[in-house]
Design a protein around this ligand. Structure first.
Ligand code: SAH
Length: 216
């Protein structure tokens, strides 16, 4: 019991200091970020660090994104309840849980089988309704297309044609993209009747999007 309260206090401090304390304003995002138990998505030995302002290692040379970045990307998605979302890069499953808690229907793709399996198990045990698929996300996931929103949580130098195709008209994609000047920036890309419209946001640092799959 005491443990439950402790994480809720930590999560609420995290939201105040790191998220609302920066520039995330959407009250729905702030609420969801304080309701999802981030400590359940990090390795046991790092649970004590779950609410600090940092990405953390989750094995397989991958990381759970920094809380601020998860909140920022969720806000930039500007999604409404019931929308269909495709996530590329399940990792720990934390971002997927945040999206599900937001009321979205989530399909999430992961190219490393052990991460896909452990995220799937965790999400199910915590009752988050997310479909995790072990696959190379550069191809998107055709069977459920089109998606109202696509969120990419690994960085690449281009937007994959499959993502553009599988995005619904009026839909929006948020992705970290390598920029020529160095580093990465969050791209918000909207699919309109007149083609795609891009807007560039925060600098960020994500692990790279890789091709192919890595089995057990
Ligand atoms: N959203 C995650 C962040 C994970 S880091 C979280 O909240 O924890 C990015 C993840 O993208 C890694 O797990 C990595 O294996 C995965 N990834 C990289 N390239 C990929 C690809 N082509 N298809 C699917 N997943 C990919």
């Amino acid at each position: 019991m005491q443990n439950i309260q402790k994480w809720r206090i930590e999560a609420s401090d995290m939201v105040k200091e790191q998220i609302a304390g920066r520039d995330v304003r959407d009250p729905r995002v702030l609420e969801v970020m304080s309701s999802v138990p981030r400590h359940m998505f990090v390795p046991d030995e790092r649970a004590g660090d779950a609410y600090i302002d940092r990405p953390l290692p989750i094995g397989e040379c991958q990381t759970i994104s920094q809380p601020y970045m998860v909140a920022k990307m969720t806000e930039l998605l500007a999604a409404g309840p019931g929308m269909k979302v495709l996530e590329i890069g399940t990792g720990s499953g934390y971002q997927s849980a945040v999206l599900a808690a937001f009321g979205l229907r989530v399909w999430s793709l992961e190219r490393i089988e052990v991460l896909a399996a452990s995220a799937r198990e965790k999400l199910t045990s915590l009752n988050f309704d997310v479909t995790v698929i072990y696959s190379d996300g550069s191809e998107g996931y055709e069977p459920e297309a089109p998606y109202d929103r696509i969120i990419v949580t690994a960085a690449s130098s281009r937007i994959e044609p499959a993502w553009d195709r599988q995005l619904a008209l009026g839909g929006r994609l948020v992705a970290p993209v390598n920029v020529i000047s160095g580093g990465q920036r969050l791209l918000v890309r909207e699919k309109t009747y007149h083609g795609f419209r891009n807007a560039w946001h925060d600098y960020c640092r994500f692990v790279p999007l890789l091709t192919g799959m890595k089995g057990l």
